[in-house]
Design a protein around this ligand. Structure first.
Ligand code: PLP
Length: 376
């Protein structure tokens, strides 16, 4: 209501506040709100490409298990995604598989903190340092979580969050990029605003200027200096974000409680269901609760159908390399990525949303237990 009453709909005080709160909660100096997590990732790569003079066709390492957007943004920037297999127990990019994918054209790594669990960042940072690679963290599914006392979004050159529906916090649609690099910030701002001259991005960027300085802004404010995008959002999404941040601790506690309930009850299904592990010295934000069928005899389609008929929706655990569009572009890569191939056949996730009641979680548990009890 404050936004509507203020009559200021384009990026303004709400957005600045939301950006700086998200940045400081993730140990960063700057935040930049855009209209989606995908946009945040796309402008991060575009800014790095321009800064470091990458050529079209240069390579970016992405995990073989992630939401398609991670890898799509590489392609949108005329770069080539090179896949890296993931950890069999945590489902994040496997540091032990990264180096064999590095070529003279590799420019960056995009670690994805899958489903709320931070990647094993120490070895990733070490590899990046040794090979001179940039890092863009895809933290669309993880906020606030720490790895060895550092918060996601602060490890790379840029961290990217999504605030789409059902993410850790939501603004309807939205994304935030975090960085400690003022030059990258300016570039990303320009790229998400049609490639505008960064002297004037928001409508009060001329505030307080007079004389020649004011003319300079007026003269350049309709100047477009690179090819950019229209990735802005409004004060309304920012206001929703501020309200969501106020509830973050409560929501995270609920997510942990539901995950704890699942773990306590489903632990007895060992040998049939692999439950998610929390990496040592890490938090888990539990955007969702991943499960993997461990017994080769168990069929994922049969279980999914069983749950669906009982009103329980699931999603497959972020299949990428077997997506029809990726198969068309890259062929069948299953043999090269055995962990991803196994997860693409056996993994799925169930809800862990803070609005779920204990009763909702117990119902999911009961259905899973019934399914496995009937098929011993
Ligand atoms: C890992 C990952 N990256 C990127 C995105 C894209 O975010 P958005 O839907 O806000 O564009 C998502 C989300 O849906 C995601 O899960």
């Amino acid at each position: 209501m404050e936004v509507l009453d203020s009559n200021r709909i384009t990026a303004g005080p709400m957005m600045s506040r939301f950006e700086s709160e998200v940045a400081s909660l993730h140990d960063c100096r700057f935040g930049l709100m855009s209209n989606s997590g995908t946009s945040a990732l796309q402008i991060a790569l575009a800014a790095l490409k321009e800064t470091h003079d990458w050529a079209d066709g240069d390579e970016v390492l992405v995990p073989a298990v992630t939401f398609v957007a991670t890898s799509n943004v590489v392609l949108y920037n005329n770069l080539v995604p090179v896949f890296v297999d993931v950890e069999p127990d945590f489902y994040d990019i496997d540091p032990a598989s990264i180096e064999r994918r590095i070529t003279p054209r590799t420019r960056a790594i995009m670690p994805v903190h899958v489903g709320g669990l931070p990647c094993d960042m120490d070895p990733i940072l070490d590899i990046a340092r040794r090979h001179g690679l940039q890092i863009v963290e895809d933290s669309a599914e993880t906020m606030f979580a720490r790895y060895k006392r550092r918060t996601v979004g602060s490890f790379g050159n840029v961290g990217c969050f999504s605030t789409y529906a059902a993410h850790i916090i939501t603004t309807g649609v939205g994304g935030v990029s975090t960085t400690n690099d003022p030059e990258l910030l300016v570039l990303m701002k320009s790229i998400m605003n049609h490639g505008r001259d960064s002297i004037y991005i928001r409508i009060d960027d001329d505030a307080g200027r007079t004389g020649d300085e004011l003319f300079e802004v007026a003269n350049r404010r309709f100047s477009f200096v690179r090819l950019g995008h229209s990735f802005r959002c409004t004060e309304m999404e920012a206001a929703l974000g501020i309200a969501q941040l106020e509830e973050r601790d409560e929501h995270w506690a609920r997510r942990r409680r539901i995950a704890g309930r699942y773990r306590d009850a489903l632990g007895s299904l060992e040998g049939r269901l692999q439950l998610p592990e929390v990496r040592p010295e890490s938090d888990h934000a539990f955007m969702f609760y991943p499960l993997v069928l461990s017994d080769p005899a168990d069929s994922r389609p049969a279980l999914i159908q069983f749950l669906e008929e009982r009103g329980i929706e699931t999603r497959y655990l972020l299949p990428l390399i077997n997506q029809p569009v990726y198969r068309r572009m890259f062929g069948n890569l299953d043999a090269e990525y055995p962990v991803a191939a196994r997860l693409n056949e056996k993994a799925f996730y169930i809800g862990c949303h803070p609005e779920m009641t204990d009763g909702d979680a117990d119902y999911v548990i009961e259905c899973l237990q019934t399914y496995f009890a009937d098929r011993t």
